[in-house]
Design a protein around this ligand. Structure first.
Ligand code: ADP
Ligand code: MG
Length: 435
């Protein structure tokens, strides 16, 4: 057996069998090209490659050093380029183009308390172009569905044979500059004034760009005067954008200004189910719930996770189960949760359960304190990188076995006590959507 394979076998003892079978198993060692200070491995595709690089490369290097006494550079490269192309395609497909996305429809948009106002406003505009709210201004945080809603209206108009222009304000600015340079401003004006519906996404980027604002003002006036529908989105209310000409800002508020808030748990679940249906990904109910509770409000992130899950399961021919999902999500969460602290978690739990954070960390044994403590420990374990000893210290428990005992207890409760499980989900959702 070659040394590379020996090392991989050794690694088997240090990680779980599941991890080994899912990732490490697919590595192959190149004994011809490897040298005493370089270990060359091949990964079957970019996803496995990145995964192994970030999670196991250091460990592999360490095992080499232990075995050979040399400091060894571990290099993991793609086996062949066909896989590379496949991955690239997935990414390209995700990024999409600036045209209307045909899956951005009203039917595919899941409505909940957080977005029903914006939904109703856009829907109503789509049924009465230029007549009800003009302009319609939608604002809200990243990934909450502004572009989706705006394009849903765009798709309706397009199906009615109307001329729809969808553009981001950045593209609009580029187009403006290009025409300015080519001395073809009439063409620019003609293009934007000729349409039936103008959709401009992320208008906040026009902030402090005076000349385009001037030009856009006239376009706006012309379109509105002719009863043509205008829909705008931004990350903030027009008043808060700043660097906008006063006359533009006030016009943005002439029609209707509607906000979108981060989705509640049920809406997130509905969105995930919808996305699975569209992308033909099959996930069980517990996986959907898990993703919905753990992932932030940003829906775009949910999509990233689904496509990652999908890609892995396709490329590696495995079914997606809860543990696999947790693995995929852990990396994503680590990036997001760096700022999430145990203090923050206990604060949210304490506030929700009407006790003091200090009580959660005390030795108090009353029923509600124990309840709050269990929940906090569990969520800290799931959402932060703290080790069991660190958790023990923070929660004033004897040692890590006390923590591991508590976690076992909580897992039992989650299995058998529906109310408890729901409470954990609810609080996790609260914590992640406010982080
Ligand atoms: P924004 O423009 O607000 O940053 P997007 O409209 O690009 O967000 O939404 C990000 C992704 O999330 C899109 O793929 C969109 O389809 C999806 N999405 C957001 N909200 C919903 C929803 N309520 N129902 C279905 N999909 C949604
Ligand atoms: Mg957008």
């Amino acid at each position: 057996m070659n040394i590379g394979q020996e090392i991989l076998d050794k690694l088997k003892d240090e990680i779980t069998e599941v991890e080994y079978n899912r990732y490490i198993k697919y590595l192959s060692y190149d004994s011809k090209k490897s040298t005493s200070d370089l270990a060359l491995f091949y990964a079957p595709n970019a996803l496995v490659l990145n995964w192994i690089k970030s999670k196991y490369a250091k460990k592999i290097a360490h095992l080499f050093e232990v075995k050979s006494g040399n400091k060894v550079t571990v290099q993991i490269v793609l086996k062949n380029t066909t896989e590379k192309r496949k991955t690239k395609k997935i990414i390209e497909a995700k990024q999409g183009s600036s045209l209307l996305n045909p899956t951005h429809t009203f039917d595919n948009f899941m409505v909940g308390g957080s977005n029903q106002f914006a939904y109703a406003a856009v829907k109503s505009v789509s049924e009465n172009a230029g007549k009800v709210y003009n302009p319609l201004f939608i604002y809200g945080g990243v990934g909450l569905g502004k572009t989706h809603l705006m394009q849903a209206a765009g798709n309706v108009f397009q199906n009615q044979g109307k001329v729809v222009i969808y553009t981001t304000s950045e593209q609009l600015l580029n187009d403006f500059i290009r025409h300015l340079r080519n001395h073809s401003m009439e063409r620019f004006q003609e293009k934007y004034r000729k349409c039936d519906v103008l959709l401009i996404d992320d208008i906040q980027f026009l902030s402090n760009k005076d000349s385009i604002q001037e030009e856009f003002f006239h376009t706006f006036e012309a379109l509105r005067g002719a009863g043509k529908q205008i829909i705008l989105t931004a990350d903030k209310h027009p008043k808060k954008i700043g660097g906008l000409e006063a006359r533009l800002q006030s016009r943005f508020e002439w029609g209707l200004v509607a906000d979108i808030q981060p989705p509640e748990l049920e809406t997130k679940i509905a969105i995930i189910e919808k996305k699975c249906e569209i992308n033909k990904v099959k996930l069980s109910r517990d996986i959907v719930n898990y993703i919905a509770t753990v992932i932030d409000s940003n829906v775009r992130e949910i999509e990233g996770i689904l496509s990652k899950l999908h890609a892995y399961s396709q490329l590696m021919h495995i079914d997606i189960d809860l543990e696999f999902t947790k693995n995929i999500l852990k990396d994503q969460m680590n990036e997001n949760r760096e700022n999430l602290t145990m203090d923050k978690i206990t604060q949210v739990v304490a506030k929700d359960l009407n006790i003091k954070p200090s009580e959660i960390r005390s030795k108090g044994r009353s029923k509600n304190i124990v309840y709050a403590r269990r929940i906090s420990i569990y969520i800290c374990r799931e959402l932060t990188q703290n080790t069991m000893p660190q958790l023990a210290q923070y929660f004033g428990m004897k040692d890590h076995t006390a923590i591991s005992h508590t976690i076992k207890k909580i897992n039992d409760l989650i299995q058998n006590d529906e109310d408890f499980r729901v409470k954990i989900e609810e609080l996790t959702n609260k914590i992640t959507s406010s982080s």
